[in-house]
Design a protein around this ligand. Structure first.
Ligand SMILES: [Ca+2]
Ligand SMILES: [Ca+2]
Ligand SMILES: [Ca+2]
Length: 801
């Protein structure tokens, strides 16, 4: 009897937990709306969102993507509008019908599509719904509802535009619909940051995080236990070469392992490409994988030997199979309970991979990059270049971009890229070389080559091309690539050009040559086929948007690796794909599939010049045995650096890594067993890497060492609130003038506690709660301010009498 009652209670709890909702308020500013005219039609633009293009001939209204994070076992069940504030925009507009995107081919254009008469004569608002649910996807265990918002809608019969300035939607979901994918703390941390720049409800990210998984405890059927966040997947021939990269990543705090493509053949799968993917899925769940660098053998045939996957893309009258590394990045989607967690990219089991009908979700679960190698020499060139880039870059070139336009297809490129890159606050700067338009430098292949050699960190290019050259407007060819000698000023390039990324069609396409050449480029992102002009422009623009400084309005975080930035762009475009059941035709999916990264996805993208040095402090000599070991990181002005990646390593005895806290510190609990050397490595975006050593001596044989601070620091007063006396600690990393002053709430000075030159060291002072005249201060809130030449900090204090 008792048992039955309990079951009933449990069942009720489970039922109530299953359904949930998210109320999301959205705002759209009329100032972000602009209207221009083309061919007598009004072209509506809202904040550079793409316009509706699913059905040519329908009104081309702006489409705002909406991504919402939901619980890790949930699927969206619906969306409804709770309230909407709409205004009718003055005047009448005959709005531009959606057009077919013209292919990116010389002389190609798409015929003008006339307005669909049925829609354009209707008295009903179009689209009918202001919000539309697309599907639910999975990104590293997070579940994401994908929606579209139509902030501007159209009433064709009266030619009126209705603009939603405020909108509240209720999104409903059901839990226990899929098995939540367990993820490691670090995997969750990476995807958390991606979601911050993607979802409309960032405050829900933490509570909807996937369940934790521990690594290093249990192996899988094919893999030993371990924690590897970066794998280099390569043929046995290059295994020894790439050990140097794996060693560096490991020392950096991104534990890495070289794994042979031949060894993936134990996995089930119909060909090499599929078995490689099975390995990555296994490495994700067994080792906690975050980055995959595929250094593949450059083989074009036979099909059975290919170490890449061609995936299906279709748009308008065109279709093709493109080599697509998203196949290796999107490893998981939510699956119904009690079925295999693995899923493949050919769910409907025909001959085509990556169709909408295969019900994949396209959200990157790991970050992927690659190179294609003919021989050991190319492997070695690429690696030497990458290690040089990360260890000894020129400090001055990173915030410089060259914007190259061989053929101006549309005004969008001029406006958008110009705004996004050129108008970011200094020191970021860019030069334009456009073939058409007045007031800027005319481009050429030679000028481009020379500019890269002179030191520009980034290139965005638009122009025609082929497998072996790009037109700007003369051909930049493989031989120009060979003339790049920008030794430690390597360039990251993203291009809108046809075919230079077609590594499956030539022994040496331009992109692979750029990646393995001695100088030139370190990250190369180029089309493997032709593409769609304005879609590709939008894609490139987003790439910059996803890693430029916050000044550009981009919610990017401190840590952006190239593979992560590219994945963020691809995630961002998913709401433009067709919904399952709506066919395959999509220029957005095509562009996303064809733009692969030639490069290591774990290469960090600096966005500031000059790249700064870091001040890193830790004991230089320690004894064997269990102990806490603290590393402090400051920048070149000694201000604490938060979120720097710190790694401590002593072969076989100590290995730990993590990010510094807001005071620039991280403490590891270590246990070195034998005398020897421990390595400390610190990497941080926009800073030169730091490497130092610690001598480990036998316990009981050391002289005590006087610790010295490496950064400024001001502690919170203790006690606080206080009655009679409180103590304030502070630290000075260099001899400097120090002033500490207490102010009241109105900003009036109460007491000067310190105004003196101080040596390097740790200091402590007491305040008795009296002002400069010796009068006892009343109860209330006070501030104390620490000032030196380089560093200012303020904290508060409460007196309770
Ligand atoms: Ca298929
Ligand atoms: Ca996915
Ligand atoms: Ca090759």
């Amino acid at each position: 009897m008792r048992r039955i009652v309990l079951t009933g209670v449990l069942l009720m709890v489970a039922m109530t937990l299953q359904a949930g909702e998210i109320i999301q308020a959205l705002h759209f500013a009329p100032n972000d709306l602009s209207i221009s005219y083309e061919k007598g039609y009004a072209v509506i633009n809202y904040r550079n969102y793409p316009n509706y293009d699913d059905n040519p001939g329908y009104p081309a209204v702006p489409v705002a993507p909406l991504y919402v994070v939901i619980p890790p076992s949930a699927t969206v069940t619906g969306v409804e509008v709770v309230s909407v504030d709409e205004m009718v925009i003055p005047d009448d507009y005959l709005i531009m019908p959606a057009q077919i995107h013209p292919p990116f081919l010389p002389g190609a254009s798409a015929p003008f599509v006339e307005p669909n008469q049925e829609i354009y004569s209707s008295s009903k608002v179009w689209p009918e719904d202001v919000v539309e649910y697309r599907f639910t996807g999975s990104k590293g265990g997070f579940r994401i509802g994908v929606f579209r918002i139509y902030p501007v809608r159209y009433i064709p019969e009266v030619k009126k535009l209705v603009f939603a300035t405020g909108l509240t939607v209720r999104i409903t979901y059901k839990e226990n619909e899929v098995v939540p994918l367990r993820q490691t703390k670090r995997q969750i941390a990476f995807h958390r940051r991606d979601l911050l720049s993607l979802v409309a409800n960032p405050d829900d990210i933490s509570r909807f995080a996937p369940p934790l998984r521990k690594t290093g405890v249990k192996g899988s059927k094919f893999l030993p236990p371990g924690t590897y966040e970066h794998v280099i997947l390569t043929p046995t021939a290059y295994k020894d070469t790439f050990q140097a990269l794996a060693d560096w990543r490991t020392r950096q705090g991104i534990p890495s392992r070289v794994f042979c493509i031949e060894s993936t053949q134990v996995y089930p799968g119909k060909d090499i490409a599929e078995r490689m993917r099975q390995f990555l899925q296994d490495a994700d769940t067994t080792w906690g994988l975050i980055f995959a660098f595929i250094a593949r053998q450059d083989v074009h045939s036979p099909v059975a030997n290919r170490q890449y996957r061609r995936c299906w893309a279709q748009y308008s009258i065109y279709s093709d199979s493109l080599p697509c590394d998203l196949y290796y990045a999107d490893l998981f989607r939510g699956v119904p309970p009690n079925t295999n967690i693995y899923y493949d990219w050919n769910g409907n089991k025909n001959t085509r991979y990556g169709e909408v009908a295969d019900t994949i979700d396209y959200f990157s679960d790991i970050y992927v990059g690659m190179v294609t190698l003919d021989n050991e020499g190319q492997a070695s060139h690429f690696q030497t270049k990458l290690l040089r880039h990360e260890s000894n870059p020129d400090t001055l070139f990173f915030a410089k971009a060259i914007l190259l336009n061989g053929v101006t297809f549309s005004d969008h490129y001029l406006n958008r890229i110009y705004d996004k890159i050129m108008n970011v606050s200094p020191p970021w700067k860019a030069v334009k070389m456009y073939q058409s338009g007045a007031g800027h430098m005319q481009p050429s292949a030679e000028k481009f080559r020379d500019s890269v050699n002179a030191g520009y960190g980034y290139t965005a290019i638009i122009g025609h091309g082929s497998v072996t050259y790009i037109k700007i407007p003369n051909n930049y060819t493989l031989s120009h690539v060979g003339q790049q000698n920008n030794y430690n000023k390597l360039n990251t390039i993203i291009a809108v050009c046809c075919h230079p990324g077609a590594f499956d069609q030539a022994d040496e396409c331009l992109a692979e040559s750029m990646a393995v050449a001695n100088g030139g480029f370190i990250n190369v992102m180029m089309n493997s086929r032709f593409g769609w002009v304005d879609v590709a422009e939008y894609y490139n623009e987003l790439f910059f948007y996803k890693f430029l400084p916050e000044a550009a309005g981009s919610p990017c975080s401190a840590y952006v690796y190239v593979g992560q930035a590219l994945a963020r762009v691809k995630d961002h475009l998913i709401s433009n794909y067709p919904k399952p059941g709506q066919g395959e035709s999509s220029p957005w999916k095509w562009e996303t599939f064809e733009k692969n990264l030639f490069g290591d996805p774990a290469n960090m993208l600096p966005n500031w010049s000059p790249v700064l040095s870091m001040q890193v402090d830790h004991p230089t000599q320690i004894e064997t045995g269990p102990q806490d070991f603290t590393v402090s990181v400051g920048d070149n002005t000694y201000a604490p650096v938060e979120d720097a990646l710190v790694c401590v390593m002593k072969e076989g005895e100590v290995y730990d890594y993590g990010l510094t806290d807001p005071s620039g510190q991280i403490t590891f609990n270590i246990n070195p067993q034998t005398p020897g050397t421990m390595f400390v490595t610190v990497t941080e975006r926009n800073h030169q890497r730091h490497e130092s050593t610690v001598t480990v001596i036998q316990s009981g044989t050391s002289e005590p060492e006087t610790p010295k601070p490496s950064v400024f620091g001001l502690s919170s007063a203790r006690p606080n609130p206080f009655h009679r006396t409180t103590t304030i600690n502070y630290q000075i990393p260099k001899k400097t003038r120090v002033r500490i002053t207490v102010y009241d709430l109105t900003g009036r000075m109460v007491r000067r506690l310190v105004d003196d030159d101080k040596d390097v060291g740790f200091y402590s002072l007491d305040w008795d709660g009296r002002n400069d005249q010796g009068v006892v201060c009343p109860s209330g809130v006070y501030f104390y301010r620490f000032e030196s030449g380089d560093y200012v900090a303020t904290k508060n204090l409460v007196i309770m009498r």
